[in-house]
Design a protein around this ligand. Structure first.
Ligand code: ADP
Ligand code: MG
Length: 463
């Protein structure tokens, strides 16, 4: 019988033909066949990102390929395994800048020196994005290229982007930091001056290109085309490119397909709104920074009032601290309430999110299934669809982390949740009926906060 190593080499040969080159190079090239026993084939992968990516995106292809080589149905597992690396590859910038790159500067945004990895609080909600950003800054251009970080406003995307910028700049690398808005206005000027070629060329001076808020390029066809050119140049040169956006590339449908697909070539990492623990850690870090000792109950109060946006959380703490200082009163929850009365009242009116329970009950009722079956192991077609819609909406509407959603839906693994979410997100694009269903459920959620969801009947959408 062939060894695991031989089987995997044969499998890689096949996979190389079926997977596009960027994906093959990023995710498969450094994997190894570790063992093959009792119809279980274990693949060694260099890190947790590769394991997650391969499990989510290529599992069935890999399983099919390995099974066809072993000649029987083979189960596939992934194990983190640091490969025996030979001498490390020299980084692309090892030429000390003597390459053919043009060194004319392009106008770039200023790096905020306060946005570093040291000042970023890592937690469950931003774990993947944080770790990926850190890796990218350690080995720019070598690992996840491009890196795409997405999340809601105030969740720390810009902070991480600048943290990468600050870290690679400290190594003496040339960075270009820009926002999609700034990029667009510079592009417009270049068009007016008839100097598009020059504009594009100037980006070649970058070792690392950082572009914030890519969603602002929506609908701007020419600007996107120009960015694709720049992307191709830099990518071929192994320069690191990092984007941030407010949603994953595949759902920014107003971006051209060729740009969207490039945004997905490397690693797409999301940041959810911070969980309670992270919110508290952030508040503690700020109070340390302010040199103030703020009672734990006050921190808890703030962390409960401002759940989705770190910027608001910071603003609230600053306001409370200032209020206490100016009034000379003791800082307690009562004082915090007074200091924030106008914001919290407004926020509560505008911003109450449907609870996970309401989402599950509403989805179950829409599809005519019992809410308990959604958290059970039952796997018939109707339950599966309803469950995946619940995964999607819990993520979309309630900003739960994947792990939290897994817990809520009967202790399911976070990769299962991600799979469900992505499946529905992709399906909505091509299936108008599902799209309509999701809209109806969302509308219902909007009008039913505070109402008993079981009191209402749905027409069952599934036969
Ligand atoms: P976004 O770009 O996602 O809208 P920002 O990166 O601008 O959010 O973050 C808003 C503010 O919150 C910034 O001051 C940033 O430093 C802070 N912030 C966000 N997340 C964190 C975190 N995990 N740790 C520390 N500060 C954070
Ligand atoms: Mg931002």
């Amino acid at each position: 019988m062939k060894s695991a190593k031989e089987i995997w080499e044969a499998a890689l040969g096949e996979l190389q033909l079926q997977v596009n080159k960027p994906n093959y190079d990023t995710w498969l090239k450094d994997t190894t066949g570790l063992s093959y026993r009792d119809d279980i084939f274990v693949i060694g992968v260099p890190n947790v990102f590769a394991a997650e990516w391969l499990k989510n995106r290529l599992y069935s292809l890999i399983k099919r390929t390995v099974s066809s080589i072993t000649g029987k149905a083979t189960h596939v597992e992934f194990e983190i395994h640091a490969p025996n690396q030979g001498a490390p590859m020299p980084p692309t910038y090892a030429d000390g800048g003597t390459s053919a790159k043009l060194r004319e500067p392009v106008k770039t945004a200023k790096l905020n020196p306060k946005y570093t990895f040291d000042t970023f609080i890592a937690g469950e909600s931003n774990r993947l994005a944080y770790a990926a950003a850190l890796e990218v800054s350690e080995e720019p251009g070598q690992r996840y290229n491009p890196l795409f970080i997405y999340g809601d406003t105030g969740t720390g995307k810009t902070h991480l982007l600048h943290a990468i910028g600050n870290a690679v700049k400290a190594k003496g690398l040339q960075i270009i930091l820009t926002s999609a808005e700034q990029f667009t206005s510079q592009f417009v000027v270049a068009i007016k001056n008839n100097s598009i070629d020059d504009f594009q060329l100037r980006f070649r001076s970058a070792d690392v290109l950082l572009i914030d808020d890519i969603q602002f390029l929506s609908g701007k066809v020419q600007t996107q085309e120009c960015l694709v050119h720049i992307f191709n140049d830099l990518y071929d040169d192994n320069c690191q490119i990092v984007f941030t956006g407010d949603q994953p590339p595949r759902t920014i449908t107003s971006l051209a397909k060729n740009l969207r697909s490039r945004l997905e070539w490397g690693l797409v990492a999301d940041i959810s709104p911070p969980d309670m623990e992270t919110r508290l850690a952030i508040l503690k870090a700020i109070s340390n920074h302010l040199n103030m000792s703020i009672p734990t109950e006050v921190l808890h109060f703030l962390a409960t009032q401002f759940q989705h946006n770190v910027r608001q959380l910071q603003g609230a703490l600053n306001r409370v601290a200032t209020y206490a200082k100016l009034s000379g009163s003791r800082l307690d929850v009562q004082l915090a309430k007074e200091a924030l009365s106008d914001i919290t009242a407004k926020d509560n009116r505008r911003d109450i999110m449907p609870s996970p329970k309401l989402i599950i009950d509403t989805v179950a009722s829409y599809y005519g299934v019992n809410p308990e079956t959604l958290v059970s192991k039952q796997r018939d077609k109707k339950t599966n669809l309803a469950r995946q819609v619940a995964m999607y909406l819990l993520r979309d509407q309630n900003h739960c982390s994947l792990a939290e959603i897994g817990r809520i839906l009967g202790n399911r693994d976070h990769t299962t949740i991600l799979h469900g979410y992505e499946k529905i997100a992709a399906e909505i694009e091509v299936n108008p009926q599902l799209n309509e269903s999701i809209k109806e459920i969302k509308q219902s959620l909007g009008s039913r906060k505070g109402e008993n969801p079981r009191g209402r009947l749905w027409k069952n959408r599934l036969k």
